[in-house]
Design a protein around this ligand. Structure first.
Ligand SMILES: [Zn+2]
Length: 216
């Protein structure tokens, strides 16, 4: 499907949703120093052909301007004429869409997600045991155990992509970049938001639980 054939209202709907989520997450302090990025897919999907709206690079995400978002294709290249640059981490979004076919991806840097990624870096995953909020990921077993994958963080973003390809676990809708931030995704914006909020809750839980254990 060519970008030009995607109905305008579908594109506007994606932008309106991004604006709403951006405002909400900004109010929680989840975009420190212009960090973080958000995207929502539009139009038809096949793993080698799709488009999505994504936050533009280097903008203050607590503000709302006409330059906050642009549309890019499966290679992270702008889908239409624009002076805006996509977020530097767009290639990670491209790879997650390609691997999962999801509808939205939200990425935040927080102190809790950074600390727990370092705490468990040696085992390359963050373990979570039996916490109720694991159900937010549609995992319903009692006392479920999950491992949230952690991958290396490189300044050169294309070098991160192969590890995402290798480590992404379809049962866990998120992947953590070491001392950087979480990428969470879902079938749509509502689900991606639920997943991201659940991850952040679990990271805070794990951090505090580790602190208590280490004290005693
Ligand atoms: Zn980031």
């Amino acid at each position: 499907m060519k970008f030009e054939t995607i109905p305008l209202e579908d594109k506007q709907h994606a932008l309106a949703q991004l604006r709403e989520v951006k405002g909400l997450f900004a109010s929680r302090g989840w975009f420190a120093g212009t960090s973080g990025n958000l995207s929502i897919r539009v139009g038809d999907y096949s793993p080698d052909r799709f488009d999505f709206a994504i936050t533009a690079s280097g903008k203050d995400k607590s503000l709302s301007t006409p330059e906050d978002f642009l549309f890019v294709d499966q290679e992270g290249k702008p889908s239409e004429a624009t002076r805006l640059k996509p977020s530097a981490e767009t290639l990670i979004h491209c790879e997650i869409y390609r691997l999962t076919g999801c509808g939205a991806i939200f990425h935040t840097h927080t102190v809790y997600n950074n600390i727990v990624s370092e705490l468990f870096w040696e085992r390359k995953s963050i373990p979570v045991d039996g916490v109720e909020l694991i159900k937010a990921f549609n995992i319903w077993e009692e006392e479920a155990h999950i491992d949230i994958p952690i991958v290396s963080n490189f300044a050169h973003i294309p070098s991160i992509v192969p590890e995402v390809t290798e480590r992404l676990n379809p049962a866990i809708p998120g992947i953590m970049l070491r001392k950087h931030g979480i990428y969470a995704w879902g079938a749509n914006a509502f689900e991606a938001k639920r997943h991201l909020e659940a991850f952040e809750f679990l990271f805070e839980y794990v951090y505090k639980w580790e602190l208590l254990k280490r004290r005693s």
